[in-house]
Ligand binder design. Structure first.
Ligand code: ADP
Ligand code: ASP
Ligand code: MG
Length: 436
């Protein structure tokens, strides 16, 4: 059972989480994110430190400390547990204060980012003790490992976790941190923003869980982005493939990589709402449930790169050379379309863009379009469903579409549009495809 920041951000919400995990006697691992707002606050602290604005960092640390002191007073009622929690806060905020005096590095940044999950799990554990709920706190840093390519090491995680669970055989409830991990150098690292979903899925896969429950603030995967479109509805059932495409192409409810471990080890995933625990939510399994369009998602921050070259005409090996440039700079490609003399590619990470462009210029004329959005229309056998393309293009008549990707998978049609057109595109598709 994984609980996101919004399910923990207020003391009464954390109390509700305690109710949810003690409703039955089933053995469970409870994965917690940081309280909502904490990881963002830690990112800001790190940024202040990186820009050597220590007095701003100090203010930000103090504000966060006060927030947690108030949280503890509201969450806990016994003197003993309040004292324990205050000591935990003192320990973590002392660490944050010490960093004000040492020089900033990426390793330190990751240590700072880990504080949120360490705090939420320790405070929750004290709260459970106050309620006399038996449990064990498993440190994620003792089993969640990633390799030098930042890929989780499922085999190692499985072995380490099994050892830890074996040591505590009679225990029914285990609590652990989402998001944080240890990297190949043994340093504290993380699974990227929103990574607690990924932790939960990796853990569920590693222990061959009966189900992986992702508890959040909405009743499952909706057919469109509820932050943008007014009328959206929850989807009852999705296949792993459909859910993976939606997560990868921007449905924030799931971390982009969070589906593959569950899919690979065939563990069903349920998306559930802590605010409405009885709602059905979304079930994600091997089966898709139905054929046709299920949902639309959007991913921002996309850069399109076009390489035009007459040398591409009838040449073989051209694409390999282009792809090698991206491989060399460890930048993954999302969309690709080709004509006989040009190829367009999109990336979502432009850290290495200057080097990439420099190398691509050797192959022809290179143009870039920044600030674009990929809109993905996802559904089982969508490519084979009658009228889907017609409906999409009818709906999007007023929108200039920069790229179209169709047929790459049977479950996805992707369009590249300007970021400025995203809101209206999602709304038009909601009407055209779902009549909402
Ligand atoms: P948590 O803190 O539980 O991890 P997140 O904020 O990461 O929660 O994810 C839940 C949010 O994802 C929802 O509140 C909703 O605004 C957003 N969201 C974006 N797209 C979708 C979608 N297609 N279906 C459901 N929620 C979505
Ligand atoms: N706390 C982390 C974040 O805000 C991980 C998560 O919420 O899943 O990104
Ligand atoms: Mg999340």
């Amino acid at each position: 059972m994984k609980f996101g920041g919004t399910s923990l951000g207020k003391p009464h919400r954390m109390q509700e989480v305690a109710n949810l995990i003690t409703r039955d006697e089933e053995h469970k691992i409870v994965v917690l994110s940081a309280l909502s707002g904490t990881t963002n606050a830690l990112v800001e602290i790190s940024e202040s430190l990186a820009s050597t604005d220590r007095s701003l960092a100090k203010q930000q640390i103090e504000a966060l400390h006060t927030h947690y002191q108030n949280f503890v007073l509201e969450l806990l009622s016994e003197e003993g547990s309040r004292k324990k929690a205050t000591e935990i806060l003192a320990e973590h905020f002392e660490f944050l204060t010490i960093i004000l005096k040492i020089s900033f590095s990426q390793a330190l940044n990751r240590d700072i980012l880990a504080q949120g999950e360490l705090l939420s799990t320790k405070l929750f554990s004290i709260y459970l003790e106050e309620l006399k709920v038996g449990h064990i706190l498993l440190p994620a840093l003792d089993f969640m490992t990633i390799d030098s390519n930042d890929e989780p090491q499922v085999g190692t995680i499985k072995v380490k976790l099994a050892q830890l669970l074996n040591k505590n055989k009679g225990t029914i409830i285990f609590i652990t941190q989402g998001y944080i991990s240890r990297n190949a150098k043994g340093e504290v690292d993380n699974l990227k923003r929103g990574g607690s979903d990924y932790s939960a899925s990796l853990i569920a896969a590693a222990i061959n869980a009966t189900v992986c429950e992702i508890w959040t603030d909405i009743d499952g995967m909706h057919n469109n982005d509820p932050r943008v479109v007014e009328k959206t509805k929850a989807i009852e059932q999705l296949s792993f493939e459909e859910a993976a495409e939606l997560a990868y192409f921007g449905a924030k409810i799931l971390h982009p990589a969070s589906i593959w471990p569950a899919q690979f080890f065939n563990v069903p995933v349920r998306l559930l709402n802590t605010l409405q625990p009885e709602a059905k939510g979304t079930l994600i399994t091997e089966k898709a449930g139905s054929v046709g369009v299920k949902a639309v998602a959007a991913k921002d921050g996309i850069t399109a790169i076009k390489i035009k070259s007459s040398r591409m005409l009838l040449a073989y090996g051209f694409l390999r050379k282009v792809f090698e440039v991206f491989e060399k700079h460890r930048t993954s490609i999302d969309m690709i379309t080709t004509s006989e003399v040009a190829v367009s590619i999109t990336i979502d990470d432009d850290v290495h863009l200057p080097e990439i462009l420099k190398e691509l210029e050797a192959f022809g004329t290179v143009e870039i379009d920044t600030n674009h959005t990929i809109v993905s229309i996802v559904g089982n056998e969508i490519a084979m469903t009658k009228d889907v393309m017609k409906k999409i293009f009818d709906a999007l008549e007023p929108i200039p579409v920069r790229m179209v990707s169709y047929g790459g998978s049977r479950h996805n049609v992707s369009l590249l549009i300007a970021r400025a057109d995203k809101e209206v595109t999602l709304k038009l598709l909601n009407k055209g495809l779902f009549n909402l």
